[in-house]
Design a binder for this molecule. Structure first.
Ligand code: ZN
Length: 438
């Protein structure tokens, strides 16, 4: 696959996935079109070696290929990632006393960099529960796509110290403005949602809305930037980029080994949910494949988790924020994330495996370690590794501006990681670096 094709598919995926629910749905459709069968958690399964399956749950997706040549007990090559990104979540009721404007309150979802949400066209997407005329309950994905919301800055003249210190109060300052009413009667949110349902699902016109999870997002298209187009700027690169790489790699994996994607929702808010990495979803699916038997324990022992989540590249304007002995550059290959406190699950064995796989694929790797006087972030790797006991490496594509509404990576980085992940899935067996005494 060449860079242009890969990036076009990535950009399409990002644009079609404003929320984790959309991302899971798009990935589900892609996998179905490539021969995967969708499983229902509420029905009995009849799995067969050599077949490919997927399951979704609340914005999470697990897909797996049962190798034709190897029993599940020989282990799964797993790729982990998360489907959610930091953003602003709309509250159920609109803000009062804002007449004639329709203004909604928001909650901060995850560790969003708040000031990046000012002064840009915003859209809304999420899911809405409603009852159709026949009394059937439905949960619909909706996406306004158009810029229907905006959060203007306060003018410089009204806050002269803004460039020295910008304190953003989510409750007071980040309420998106959606409309201006006529004669003091703005549209209400339910009417807007009903109109959107009718436009996307004409057959459901008149359905009664019972609830919604609605999020602001940046509808600006991903773009290639720089004099030589060295960089990619896009919303939600963390972590839709990793989801795209994992899914495309799984789709081209050979039939001999067992491979699995575990893409979970709610990483940005701690992963504790029915569909998060700390929830039951991965373990339930593994138990249904393997049974709660010794065979499952053997399988987990032989499995390996490549936990993909973007990594911090050294920022040219803030070099002192990263360890100068461990500089990470864009366009220089995947980053292995290391932390003494196991905020990343990488250990010497798992890092060595990843380095060897990458070098065999002709790809250089880099190491990220936090400055020793700063607190390190984390990802799903340590959580999944602790829950399942699987050997894990945390790795990711280098990026700038993580958790901004728009993030940046190198133009060659997605394909470099993709090549590495493809080799990880297709190598005849995984190299192991067993301890000499164990
Ligand atoms: Zn992430």
């Amino acid at each position: 696959m060449n860079t242009a094709t890969f990036l076009k598919d990535l950009f399409d995926f990002i644009e079609q996935s404003p929320t984790p629910f959309h991302a899971a749905s798009i990935m589900c459709r892609k996998l179905l079109s490539r021969g995967f069968q969708q499983l229902d958690e509420g029905a009995k399964w009849n799995l067969k070696q050599g077949n490919n399956y997927l399951v979704t749950r609340n914005g999470s997706l697990i897909a797996f290929s049962l190798g034709a040549m190897s029993a599940p007990a020989s282990g799964f090559r797993i790729i982990g990632a998360h489907t959610d990104s930091p953003c602003l979540q709309i509250k159920p009721r609109i803000r009062e006393n804002q007449s004639p404007y329709l203004v909604t309150g928001v909650e901060k979802y995850g560790g969003a960099i708040l000031h990046t949400w000012f002064d840009r066209d915003l859209s809304l997407a999420g899911r809405v529960s409603c009852v159709a005329k026949k009394g059937d309950g439905r949960c619909l994905l909706i996406d306004f796509k158009d810029p229907v919301a905006y959060i203007p800055s306060l003018a410089m003249h009204l806050e002269r110290t803004v460039n020295e210190s910008l304190a953003v109060n989510v409750h007071n300052h980040l309420s998106p403005i959606l409309a201006q009413g006529v004669d003091g009667n703005p549209l209400d949110l339910t009417t807007m949602l009903s109109q959107q349902i009718t436009s996307q699902y004409p057959e459901l016109e008149g359905a009664s809305i019972l609830g919604f999870e609605l999020f602001c997002y940046d509808p600006a298209k991903p773009s290639m930037i720089g004099l030589n187009k060295d960089f990619i700027a896009a919303p939600r690169l963390d972590n839709l980029l990793s989801c795209h790489i994992g899914l495309e790699a799984l789709c081209q994996a050979g039939e001999s080994s067992n491979a699995m994607l575990i893409f979970t929702n709610h990483e940005e808010i701690g992963s504790t949910s029915s569909s998060g990495a700390l929830g039951s979803f991965p373990d339930v699916i593994l138990s249904r494949i393997l049974g709660n038997t010794e065979e499952k324990s053997i399988c987990l022992h032989h499995s390996f988790l490549l936990s993909l989540d973007n990594a911090h590249a050294t920022h040219p304007n803030y070099r002192d924020k990263t360890d100068s002995d461990h500089m990470v550059l864009l366009n220089q290959g995947p980053v292995i994330k290391i932390n003494a406190s196991q905020r990343y699950a990488t250990n010497t064995q798992s890092a060595s495996l990843f380095r060897l796989i990458a070098s065999e694929a002709g790809v250089k790797t880099q190491d990220f370690v936090m400055r020793s006087d700063m607190v390190c972030g984390s990802t799903i790797g340590p959580l999944s590794s602790a829950q399942l006991g699987i050997e894990t490496v945390d790795a990711g594509v280098p990026s700038w501006g993580m958790h901004s509404v728009r993030e940046v990576t190198g133009v060659t980085d997605p394909l470099l990681m993709y090549r590495t992940v493809c080799h990880y899935l297709n190598r005849s067996s995984l190299p192991r670096f067993s301890p000499t005494q164990d």
